[in-house]
Design a binder for this molecule. Structure first.
Ligand SMILES: *Cc1c(COP(=O)(O)O)cnc(C)c1O
Length: 491
């Protein structure tokens, strides 16, 4: 198997090369030239560990890695950094199943892939005899930055630079980032929103002058954002694991379909579910849940992608995104892998701020359902879940739960529903507590105890470890100064 750009099929890379490069030179995203054909023995898989299933899936997608290399990466990533042996536990809450993806280092789902990406990348560097040091350049809406730094801190021959929107992340998220240790970690706040940061990072990746300059200093860029195939592939694993675990829990019989609702921002998590379905996991509907930044809802319902709308800061900041990068990979499939159509639509988005897909392309979206939850509905959902099921959700998960409910009410579909939970309520204590009680002007840290009382879940180490940690990063820059700050860091 090899990887090609969504905008140019002439570019063909091995998996390890695609992981090192992150994004294609033409601005497109790498996609597998064909998806692996798999026949799953669910009886057997239901007895397997997360790590075993990870090895199985990674081997199918990362075909130039040896079995030993994959085993090493999996073993190094999915160890006691996670606070449960299950890695991604599936809990029955009422009649639904909650897939908890927040048991890693930074208590959000980004850990699922960013725990393994540094290993995939360092192995890739060795395989390809890379002489330059890798510079991970990342724009974050709050969760990716910390999870990427946790993964890459003190990894030999790497530097990591994270840009985050100064006023666009929770206090806990900011504290997690600015206390990050490691002599290769760099954190820069920008005066702008996540889209500003992400667009500038994409431009800097495509900046050949910058690339040449950095090469002369011994550096090469790569990406830890979900545009990197090294993030996407490890995310397929937990959908296979979920199905196997639901068999084990006797929640479903082999062959039964399941629905999956994913709280969506950059379209990486749900795209992994889409790939899981295509390689043979019995998934019925993929339900795309947005917050007030509901650009994807319009895309699925009307076939129009229009980023020209107000950017809303919500209680689910990791989904405050108007340009969902990974959607390009779906658009490419909808266009029957036509790179010209894909490139044209993406160019239109960049130039005019919107694009239309054809009726044929829109008709191919039958597997999807999309809706959004307002801020009031999200808060109400947190309160309802707590009252009815004694389960405390973070706002991102609550967006998904609310949209799943809307889907079921509208369609009367009784297919078992998996709701993907992408963050611990401890990561967004203010919004969570505000949904159920009155909050005055306490700092997020003072709300931790309330979360513990409400959830009956012990405070995770990810939170206790940052409360008194020293603040190590102080830089704040304008968006247009991001390039200069990179040059300063790598001087
Ligand atoms: C990143 C993130 C999301 C959105 O995931 P995408 O892959 O970008 O769609 C949702 N919830 C949380 C908590 C996240 O960190």
């Amino acid at each position: 198997m090899f990887y090609t750009s969504t905008r140019d099929k002439q570019q063909q890379l091995t998996a390890s090369q695609a992981i090192l490069q992150g994004i294609a030179q033409d601005g497109g995203l790498f996609v597998p030239n064909e998806l692996p054909k798999m026949t799953f023995d669910w009886q057997q898989l239901s007895q397997q560990s997360y790590q075993q299933i990870a090895e199985l899936i990674l081997a199918k997608f990362l075909t130039d890695y040896t079995a030993e290399e994959i085993a090493y990466c999996v073993k190094s990533a999915y160890d006691d950094k996670f606070d449960t042996e299950e890695i991604a536990p599936i809990k029955q809450v009422g009649s639904q199943y909650i897939l908890e993806l927040f048991h890693g280092n930074t208590i959000a789902f980004k850990d699922m892939a960013l725990s393994i990406l540094p290993y995939l990348m360092t192995v890739a560097a060795k395989k390809n005899n890379l002489t330059e040091k890798i510079v991970i350049l990342t724009a974050t809406s709050g969760d990716t930055g910390k999870a990427a730094m946790a993964g890459f801190a003190d990894v030999d021959n790497t530097q990591i630079i994270v840009f985050y929107p100064k006023d666009g992340v929770s206090q806990i998220q900011e504290r997690q980032m600015i206390t990050q240790k490691g002599n290769n970690t760099h954190v820069v706040a920008i005066k702008g929103n996540f889209d500003d940061a992400q667009t500038m990072v994409k431009n800097l990746f495509a900046d050949q002058e910058l690339a040449t300059l950095l090469k002369s200093r011994g550096y090469q860029f790569s990406s830890a954002n979900s545009i990197n195939i090294g993030r996407l592939v490890p995310q397929i694993v937990y959908y296979v694991y979920t199905y196997a675990q639901l068999i084990k829990q006797q929640a479903i019989q082999i062959g039964d379909k399941i629905n999956i609702t994913v709280p969506t921002g950059n379209f990486g998590n749900i795209l992994a579910a889409h790939y899981a379905k295509q390689i043979g996991v019995p998934i019925n509907k993929l339900i795309c849940a947005s917050n007030d930044n509901n650009v994807l809802v319009d895309f699925f319902n009307k076939g129009i992608y229009d980023k020209q709308r107000p950017f809303v800061v919500t209680s689910s900041p990791s989904m405050d995104i108007l340009v969902s990068s990974n959607l390009e990979r779906l658009v490419y499939q909808l266009a029957q892998e036509d790179t010209q159509i894909t490139a044209h639509l993406m160019q239109q988005l960049a130039d005019e701020g919107h694009y239309h897909i054809s009726q044929e392309m829109h008709a191919a979206l039958q597997d999807y359902y999309a809706d959004f939850a307002t801020e009031a509905q999200t808060a109400q959902e947190i309160a309802d879940q707590l009252t009815t099921h004694h389960y405390l959700m973070d706002p991102h998960t609550a967006v998904a739960a609310n949209v799943a409910k809307k889907y079921q009410q509208q369609t009367q579909d009784v297919t078992p529903m998996v709701i993907v939970s992408t963050a611990s309520p401890y990561k967004f204590p203010r919004s969570v507590v505000e949904a159920v009680e009155t909050v005055n002007d306490e700092h997020d840290f003072e709300l931790i105890e309330t979360i513990q009382r409400l959830s009956q879940v012990p405070v995770p180490a990810a939170v206790t470890s940052i409360i008194n940690a020293e603040i190590l990063h102080h830089t704040v820059v304008e968006v247009e100064d991001m390039k200069q700050s990179i040059l300063n860091i790598l001087s």
